[in-house]
Design a protein around this ligand. Structure first.
Ligand code: ZN
Length: 156
């Protein structure tokens, strides 16, 4: 990102904040050359990375696809569309902070689960059942039990 004062390419990010319901990233930047400070609004489109799938192939990250998998897990749950957008925005921000151009589908899934866990436990379990690809009902049951235990501890 160029400094709008002196044109230097060497700027550092002071602060990043999600804006426009997570569709934009608002950044405070400072020029390392002339110390000029300015704000940029960066669109998510400018943010590109790839996902390495379990089978080993790499494909471009698609916001639509990530959103879709979250939507399916959240069907008929009391969750607003904005909240879904925020899950995706959170995901993208975490990856952006990592600074990686390629992440594994596992990293991606874990980040989504982290968020869903806070948002809605039913959605979380649904997502986990698809994402973790439970082979038998016991695995599913174990996850539910772990959740129930956690719930109890949280209440104490
Ligand atoms: Zn400058």
């Amino acid at each position: 990102m160029k400094c709008s004062q002196c044109g230097s390419e060497d700027t550092k990010v002071l602060e990043s904040r999600l804006a426009n319901e997570g569709r934009n990233i608002r950044r405070r930047r400072a020029c390392r050359f002339c110390d000029y400070r300015f704000t940029t609004h960066e669109k998510e489109e400018s943010f590109v990375f790839h996902v390495k799938k379990k089978a080993g192939h790499v494909e471009p990250y698609l916001r639509e696809k990530a959103l879709r998998s979250i939507q399916i897990a959240c069907q008929k749950r009391p969750i607003k569309t904005e909240q879904l957008d925020f899950v995706v925005a959170y995901l993208e921000k975490q990856i952006q902070d990592l600074g990686e151009r390629v992440v594994t589908s596992r990293q991606l899934g874990d980040l989504i689960m982290e968020r869903l866990h806070e948002l809605d436990l039913v959605a979380y379990v649904r997502f986990a059942s698809v994402y973790k690809d439970f082979k038998d009902p016991n695995e599913f049951y174990t996850t539910l039990k772990a959740l129930a235990r956690q719930e109890k501890e949280d209440r104490v």
